[in-house]
Design a protein around this ligand. Structure first.
Ligand code: GLU
Length: 300
């Protein structure tokens, strides 16, 4: 049986844009009779909060989303990430990087013909790739903490997005473990989706750019690459992306204005082309009406 998932980061309440993506991912899976797993991406101990975990789970349930099996937590998956790092190390694909963010930014802003551009972060100029053993030892002796990067620098990895059509994502020597030892997002998401046998990664369009790096990792770790469907993000009234800090954008905000979860679900469904905002379809009725190809734009 095929598997889909939704994987929020518990760094704040889910806003309507997040709930819309979650509803879409759920409809995508349920309309194909797939399993659906919920994973909490609480990888970053500095930014994740238990009360947001509880609130996010409650809000998803209120909207009518259900899932199979226990809620998965990235904070409990350290051993799996360590095993994946060992696998990359065994293939000689890792190297320590001692650069600070400021150094990377500085190198990136200087003209540098070898620089690799990477959307979603400063391009890594490759400074630490060529360090020899003694240079690494000197930096360690000076007490500089090391992140781990992959020897990846390659052409963009191309893929055919189920919604956005053919595209590609940049692949540089991206970080797979932070200098404080925490696994990086790209590594964790690949390891976890593979362990849950996720075959369709359905998520917000803001993550499209990360997909090339993630496919590179699947291939490096000999794991089957899933299909991807990136949902273009809902914009706020002013045309900017909704953020957790935007006002009146959570289920609780809407409830305070007298809107129940069914009304919010109807509005989200309408924004996905499923009926009008005044319709009152149950989650099951939405599943029956859902056409996963209706939002395909093929315009990328
Ligand atoms: N946890 C990520 C986020 O909330 C999403 C991860 C993913 O869907 O790949 O942005």
């Amino acid at each position: 049986m095929s598997v889909g998932r939704y994987a929020p980061s518990p760094t704040g309440p889910l806003h309507l844009g997040n709930l819309r993506t979650a509803l879409f991912a759920w409809l995508f899976a349920r309309s194909a009779r797939s399993r659906f797993v919920l994973r909490i991406d609480d990888l970053d101990p500095g930014r994740s909060r238990q009360h947001w975990v509880e609130r996010q789970i409650a809000d998803l349930a209120q909207i009518g989303i259900d899932w199979d099996g226990p809620v998965l937590r990235q904070s409990q998956r350290g051993d799996a990430y360590a095993a994946a790092l060992a696998g990359l190390e065994a293939r000689s694909l890792l190297y320590p990087c001692f650069c600070t963010r400021a150094e990377i930014r500085q190198a990136a802003s200087a003209p540098h013909p070898g620089a690799l551009t990477a959307a979603g972060g400063d391009p890594y100029p490759g400074t630490c790739r060529q360090l020899d053993t003694s240079a690494r030892a000197a930096r360690r002796a000076a007490g500089r903490p090391a992140a781990l990067r992959v020897h990846a620098a390659s052409d963009p990895v191309r893929f055919d997005d189920l919604l956005l059509g053919p595209g590609g994502g940049p692949v540089d020597d991206f970080v797979v473990a932070r200098s404080d030892g925490v696994a990086a997002y790209n590594l964790a998401v690949v390891v976890d989706d593979a362990a849950a046998r996720v075959e369709q990664v359905v998520r917000g369009g803001d993550l499209f750019e990360t997909t090339g790096r993630q496919i590179w990792l699947y291939r490096a770790l000999d794991l089957p690459v899933p299909d991807y469907a990136h949902l273009p993000l809902l914009l706020g009234p002013d045309g900017t992306r909704l953020a957790k800090r935007s006002g009146a954008a959570t289920l609780a905000d809407r409830a305070a204005l007298g809107e129940d979860a069914g009304t919010v679900r109807a509005r989200l469904a309408a924004s996905l082309g499923l009926g009008r905002a005044t319709d009152r379809f149950s989650p099951q009725q939405l599943v029956a009406r859902f056409d996963p190809t209706a939002l395909r734009t093929a315009s990328r």
